[in-house]
Design a protein around this ligand. Structure first.
Ligand code: 13P
Length: 253
């Protein structure tokens, strides 16, 4: 059985104080919802709030993710954060390959691959984001684009290691736009993603969580999450308040 995982990506939002307030409320909400022990719940906060986010969610099944990492343990890399630093404060997941990092910071598939391997070596789990641009979809290149992202991003990774990777399919045209992929469109691409994962990792691919991300909200979550190959969500805007995020968790149960 694949694990359903609902994750929030706060992007560059929320101060440390705000983080503590929201996560305290979320923790209380989650405790009141039956069955949340069967799914994964993750929140990706900015670096500055990670330490307090881990402390605030102690003794709950909410886990904390970083939104980036530099793939070296330590050294002269001004402004960067190492996996050792994240591991040290109790971070368990790292969001990698997000389209905003690919677009604004020109992160390549091979750099993302380096980061994924590094995060795995510190026994944290990458949330590996892939997704096509609008132009790719309109010109029929979706499958080609995501196949390249997966093959290059996960190159040199063993089936054993792949068990610890969450894949997040985020069509770029659906991120922050209010335009969600229809459940059918999302499912079709998720099926293709699982096919590529199967070619690389065999039966392990059946166990890998593949999330959908892109304008997921309480009103559309249930329909998306009921698709066979959609095993959770990576949520931006609707993860910024505890109520909406809790409602998405309920939709996953
Ligand atoms: P939105 O849910 O705001 O569209 O963002 C999705 C996303 O990019 C999550 O990583």
């Amino acid at each position: 059985m694949r694990k359903t995982i609902i994750a929030g990506n706060w992007k560059m939002n929320k101060t440390n104080k705000e983080t503590i307030i929201i996560l305290t409320e979320l923790k209380e909400n989650v405790q009141k919802i039956d069955g949340t022990d069967k799914i994964g719940i993750i929140i990706g906060t900015p670096f500055t709030a990670l330490s307090d986010a881990v402390k605030t969610t102690e003794n709950s099944n909410i886990k904390i993710a970083a939104q980036n990492v530099y793939p070296k343990e330590a050294g002269a890399y001004t402004g960067e954060i190492s996996p050792l630093m994240l591991k040290d404060i109790g971070v368990e997941y790292v969001i990698l390959g997000h389209s905003e990092r690919r677009d604004y910071f020109k992160e390549s598939n091979s750099f993302i691959n380096e980061k994924i391997k590094c995060v795995l070596s510190y026994e944290m789990s990458p949330i590996f984001c892939i997704g096509e641009q609008l132009e790719d979809r309109e010109t029929g290149k979706t499958n080609e684009v995501i196949t390249t992202q997966i093959k290059e991003g996960l190159s040199g990774i063993s089936s054993e290691e792949a068990k610890n990777i969450i894949v997040a399919y985020e069509p770029v045209w659906a991120i922050g736009t209010g335009k969600t992929a229809t459940p059918e469109i999302a499912e079709e691409t998720h099926k293709e993603i699982r096919k590529v994962l199967k070619e690389m990792f065999g039966e392990v691919a059946e166990e890998m969580t593949v999330q959908y991300g892109g304008s997921m909200k309480p009103t559309n979550a249930k329909e998306l999450l009921s698709q066979k190959n959609i095993d959770g969500g990576l949520i931006g805007g609707a993860s910024l308040n505890a109520k909406d995020f809790s409602d998405i968790i309920k939709a996953a149960l």
